[in-house]
Ligand binder design. Structure first.
Ligand SMILES: NC(=O)c1ccc[n+]([C@@H]2O[C@H](COP(=O)([O-])OP(=O)(O)OC[C@H]3O[C@@H](n4cnc5c(N)ncnc54)[C@H](O)[C@@H]3O)[C@@H](O)[C@H]2O)c1
Ligand SMILES: N[C@H](C(=O)O)[C@H](O)COP(=O)(O)O
Length: 339
C-alpha cells in the first residue's frame, strides 16, 4: 500500500496534540503514515505536553518512505524562504500561514502524482489562512481546485461528506453565506452531487446499492410551494433525473424529520442543502467519532470532524478520537483501492 500523508493544520491549535496522543496510544496506525510538516512543530508540542516522542524529519517523501524508523516520520516540504515560526501554543500566527498552505498543497500534489494513496488533514484556522492570501474557504474547495482538469464541465465535481457509524451527511453547498445558498443550488449541481455520492459510496465505502435521502431547503420541504419553490423547481426534478439513472434517492424530505432514528437506519447518506443542515445533526450525534471525507477527488481525503480548538491546545482534555477514525477510514479506503 502507498503511504498516506497527514497534514497537521494550524500548528498553534490541537492538531499536533491529536497526532502525538494518537501515536502514543495507537502507534501501529502510523505504519503507513507520513506527516507533512516541519519536524520542529511536532517536537515542540511533544516537549510542551511532556509526551516523549521519537520524531524524524526527512527532506523528501521518498526518504521518509524508505526509512526503517521507529517513530513519527515527518516530511518537511517547506522551502527555507517560507517562515515556519514562531509557533505559540494556543495562538494562530500569520508567520506560519504560508507554511501550513505549503504542506497541504504539497501533500495534495503528491497524491495527484500517485506517490501517496491519499491524505488526512488536521484542522486549519480558516480566517488566518484567508488573511494570508489563501483564496479558498476550506480544504475541500482547495483540494477540488487542485484536482480539477482544465476541461472539466460538471457544475459540481466534489462533495463534502461527514460520516460516522450512525449517520452520513453529504452537502450540496459548503462554505458560503446562508443568503447565497438558494441561488447556488441548481438542478445540474444537485444531480452531480447525487451521482458523486452514489459512486463514492459504492467504490470508497463498499456499499453496493446506496439508499440516499435528499433534504428540502425550506421548512416542510416547501409545503407544496407555499414556503418556497426550490423543492418543486429544482430538487424534485433533480431527484427524478437521478432515479431515471438508476439511483435510489428520495424526493426532498422535510429536513426536521430527515434525521430521525428510522431514517438514519434506512438511508446510507442524507444529502443536505447547506452546511449547518448537515453538520448540526452529525456533530450533535457523533462529535469526535465522525470523519470529514471529500468525495469526487481522484485520491482519498479524510479529516477530523473538529476545528483548531485553540482553547484546548496543550491540554489533557484534547480528544484524538476523530483523528483515529479519520486515519482508520483512509487506511480502509486505501486497502480497498489497492486490492
Ligand atoms: N477540518 C478543519 O480544518 C476544521 C473543521 C472545523 C473548524 N475549523 C476551524 O477551526 C476554527 C475553530 O472552529 P470552532 O471553534 O467552530 O470549532 P472547534 O471544533 O475548534 O471547537 C468547538 C468546541 O469543541 C471543542 N473541541 C474541538 N475539538 C476538540 C477535541 N479534539 N477534543 C476536545 N474538545 C474539542 C472546542 O474546545 C470547542 O469548545 C475555525 O477557524 C474553523 O474554521 C477547521
Ligand atoms: N465544514 C467543516 C466542519 O465544520 O467541520 C470544516 O470546516 C472542514 O472543512 P474543510 O475540510 O473543507 O477544511
Amino acid at each position: 500500500m502507498k503511504p498516506l500523508l497527514l497534514t497537521l493544520g494550524e500548528p498553534g491549535g490541537i492538531g499536533p496534540d491529536c497526532i502525538i496522543r494518537a501515536y502514543k496510544n495507537r502507534p501501529e496506525l502510523f505504519d503507513h503514515i507520513i506527516i507533512v510538516t516541519p519536524g520542529l512543530w511536532m517536537e515542540q508540542r511533544a516537549t510542551q505536553i511532556d509526551i516523549p516522542t521519537v520524531i524524524f524529519e526527512f527532506s523528501t517523501l521518498n526518504s521518509a518512505i524508505q526509512a526503517k524508523a521507529t517513530g513519527l516520520r515527518c516530511w518537511n516540504p517547506v522551502p527555507s524562504h517560507i517562515a515556519t515560526g514562531p509557533v505559540v501554543m494556543g495562538k494562530t500566527s500569520q508567520m506560519t500561514a504560508m507554511a501550513v498552505i505549503c504542506c497541504i498543497q504539497t501533500a495534495a500534489e503528491s497524491c495527484l502524482a500517485r506517490h501517496a494513496a491519499g491524505m488526512i488533514t488536521g484542522p486549519i484556522e480558516k480566517a488566518v489562512l484567508r488573511s494570508a492570501g489563501f483564496n479558498f474557504p476550506g480544504h475541500t474547495e482547495f483540494l477540488a481546485h487542485l484536482s480539477r482538469q482544465p476541461q472539466a464541465e460538471a457544475e459540481t465535481d466534489f462533495v463534502m461528506m461527514l460520516a460516522s457509524a450512525s449517520l452520513r451527511v453529504a452537502l450540496l453547498t459548503t462554505h458560503l453565506a446562508i443568503k447565497h445558498v438558494p441561488e447556488t443550488i441548481s438542478m445540474q449541481a444537485t444531480i452531480d452531487c447525487i451521482r458523486i455520492v452514489q459512486r463514492d459510496l459504492i467504490h470508497r465505502f463498499g456499499i453496493p446499492k446506496p439508499r440516499l435521502a435528499l433534504c428540502g431547503l425550506n421548512p416542510h420541504a416547501g409545503e407544496q410551494g407555499h414556503f418556497g419553490r426550490e423543492e418543486i423547481e429544482i430538487l424534485m426534478p433533480a431527484a427524478e433525473s437521478a432515479r431515471l439513472d438508476g439511483i435510489d434517492v428520495t424526493d426532498p424530505l422535510p429536513a426536521d424529520t430527515a434525521f430521525s432514528a428510522t431514517n438514519r437506519h434506512n438511508f446510507d447518506a442524507i444529502i443536505c442543502c447547506y452546511h449547518d443542515q448537515a453538520l448540526i445533526p452529525i456533530k450533535a450525534i457523533s462529535f469526535g467519532e465522525s470523519v470529514n471525507v471529500t468525495l469526487g477527488l481522484p485520491f482519498i481525503r479524510t479529516s477530523v470532524d473538529h476545528g483548531t480548538a485553540l482553547d484546548l491546545a496543550g491540554s489533557e482534555d484534547v480528544s484524538y478520537s476523530s483523528l483515529v477514525e479519520a486515519i482508520e477510514m483512509a487506511i480502509t479506503m486505501a486497502q480497498k483501492a489497492s486490492s
